[in-house]
Design a protein around this ligand. Structure first.
Ligand SMILES: *Cc1c(COP(=O)(O)O)cnc(C)c1O
Length: 411
C-alpha cells in the first residue's frame, strides 16, 4: 500500500524521522500530530501496519527500494507504524533522527555498543539502572572495552576519569532510585573536550521536563516501557540523536542484529503519546504534592524530590529541568523492617518494580532492582535498606497522600 506523508509531502523517504515542519509546534501539538503517515483511506487514527514485509509492483521497483531510494522493505529495518512512532518521538525531543527498539535496554545497549570497539573506554555515572550497569561493566569488558564509574555529581571525577581512549560518557539524571541530578551541560563539555560523546538516559525526567540534546548531549535513550506507554502494557525503547550520530553508530547495528520494536507495540505507544503530556503533568503535580505532604514526617529519615528547594542539587535542577519528575525517593525509619512494614501497610498503592504507570507504584530497591549489588556498593549509591521509590500514577492526589500517611504511621 502506498503511504502518503500527511505532514511533509516533500519527504522523499517515508522511513525518515526528520520532519522540520513540526519544529514550530508546542510539545502537546507534536504529541498528537507529528509523524502521522496516512494511507489512501485517510483514517483519523494512526494505522497499525502489522506486516513483516512489503510487495513491489515490479522487479525494477523492488531493485530500486533495495538500492535505498526510500520506502519500506522489511519490518526488521522499518515499518510505517514504527516510523510514525519514531518521527513523533523525534519531534518531541527535537532530534533529527530516532530508532525504536524492543525495550529500553535494547536502546541503551545499541547506543553504547554501536560506538565502541576493543581498546575503547567508557566513563559512566555510578548511579545506573541495574541492567545498564551490567552492560557497561560485565558485557563490554568481555570485548575489551573498559569502563570507569564516577560519582556523576562530582565534575572533577568525570575529568579525572578521561583517558586517551575514552569514547563515550554515559549518565542518567535524575538517577534511579535516589533521584540524584547530574549537570548535563557541564558533563557534555568535559566529554567533548575529551573527544568523547555523551549519552543520556532521560527516563526519570521524561522528554517533557528535560532536553539533553539541547544541553549538549549527543544521544538520548528512553525505555518507552515507562511514561510513554504509561499504562503498563508494552515494552519498548528508543535512541535519538542527530542524523549523523544515528547513521554512524546505531542504524546498521539495529538493522542487522534485529532488536526491532513490534509494530503492535509501536502503535500502542504512538496512541499513548497523544495523552503523554496530560499524564506526565498530572503525575508530576501529584509527585510534588506527595513530596510536600510527607516531607518532615517523623518516620522518614530522608525525602528526595528534584522539584523541592531542599533537593541536594536544586541549583542544577533549576538550570536543566522544567519540572521535578514523577518520582519521589523516601528513606523510611527502621531500615528494611521499617520499609517492609510501610509497604505492607499500603492499601491503594501497589508494590511493583515498574514506574511511570497510571497506577501509583512503590519499589524497595535494596531487595529488587539493586539486589545484585553488595551492601557496600548500595551504601556508596545512597541506597539504604529503608529506601523506597514512589512512582506517581493518575489517581487523585488526596487518596495517595492518605494512603502514604496512614502507612507511615504504622512504621
Ligand atoms: C526501565 C529502565 C530502563 C530499561 O528499560 P526496559 O524497557 O525495561 O528494557 C533503562 N533505564 C531506566 C532509567 C529505566 O527506568
Amino acid at each position: 500500500m502506498p503511504v502518503s506523508d500527511d505532514v511533509s509531502k516533500s519527504a522523499s523517504d517515508p522511513c525518515s524521522a526528520a520532519q522540520p515542519e513540526t519544529a514550530g509546534w508546542h510539545a502537546e501539538t507534536k504529541l498528537v500530530h507529528a509523524g502521522t503517515l496516512r494511507s489512501p483511506f485517510g483514517e483519523t487514527a494512526e494505522a497499525l501496519f502489522l506486516t513483516q514485509g512489503f510487495t513491489y509492483g515490479s522487479a525494477a521497483e523492488c531493485e530500486e527500494r533495495f538500492a535505498g531510494t526510500g520506502g519500506f522493505v522489511y519490518s526488521r529495518h522499518s515499518n510505517p507504524t514504527v516510523a510514525m512512532f519514531e518521527a513523533r518521538m523525534a519531534a518531541l525531543e527535537g532530534a533529527e533522527a530516532a530508532r525504536a527498539t524492543a525495550s529500553g535496554m535494547a536502546a541503551v545497549t545499541a547506543a553504547l555498543v554501536g560506538q565502541v570497539k576493543a581498546g575503547d573506554h567508557i566513563v559512566a555515572a555510578r548511579a545506573l539502572y541495574g541492567s545498564a550497569s551490567w552492560v557497561i561493566s560485565d558485557l563490554l569488558s568481555r570485548f575489551g572495552v573498559t569502563a570507569t564509574l564516577v560519582d556523576g555529581r562530582d565534575l572533577d571525577q568525570w575529568r579525572a576519569a578521561v583517558r586517551p581512549e575514552t569514547r563515550v560518557f554515559y549518565l542518567e539524571s535524575p538517577s534511579n532510585p535516589t533521584l540524584e541530578v547530574v549537570d548535563i551541560a557541564a558533563v557534555a563539555e568535559i566529554a567533548h573536550a575529551a573527544g568523547a560523546t555523551l549519552v543520556v538516559d532521560n527516563v526519570f525526567a521524561t522528554a517533557l521536563w528535560q532536553s539533553p540534546l539541547t544541553l549538549g548531549a549527543d544521544c538520548v535513550v528512553y525505555s518507552t516501557t515507562k511514561h510513554v506507554d504509561g499504562q503498563g502494557r508494552c515494552m519498548g525503547g528508543i535512541v535519538l540523536g542527530s542524523e549523523q550520530f544515528i547513521q554512524d553508530n546505531v542504524h546498521m547495528l539495529l538493522r542487522q542484529t534485529g532488536p526491532c520494536l513490534s509494530p503492535f507495540n509501536a502503535w500502542v505507544m504512538l496512541k499513548s503519546l497523544e495523552t503523554f503530556s496530560l499524564r506526565v503533568e498530572r503525575q508530576t503535580a501529584t509527585a510534588a504534592r506527595v513530596a510536600d505532604a510527607l516531607a518532615g514526617h517523623r518516620n522518614l529519615v530522608r525525602l528526595v524530590y528534584p522539584g523541592r528547594a531542599d533537593h541536594p542539587q536544586a541549583d542544577v535542577v533549576r538550570k536543566q529541568m522544567r519540572a521535578g519528575s514523577t518520582l519521589v525517593a523516601l528513606e523510611i525509619a527502621g531500615g528494611k523492617a521499617g520499609a517492609f512494614r510501610f509497604l505492607d501497610a499500603l492499601k491503594l498503592i501497589k508494590i511493583s518494580n515498574n514506574l511511570g504507570d497510571a497506577k501509583s507504584l512503590v519499589t524497595h530497591p535494596a531487595t529488587t532492582t539493586h539486589e545484585r549489588l553488595t551492601a557496600e556498593q548500595r551504601a556508596t549509591l545512597g541506597i539504604g535498606d529503608g529506601l523506597i521509590r514512589f512512582s506517581a500514577g493518575l489517581e487523585h492526589a488526596d487518596d495517595l497522600v492518605g494512603d502514604l500517611l496512614q502507612a507511615l504511621e504504622r512504621v
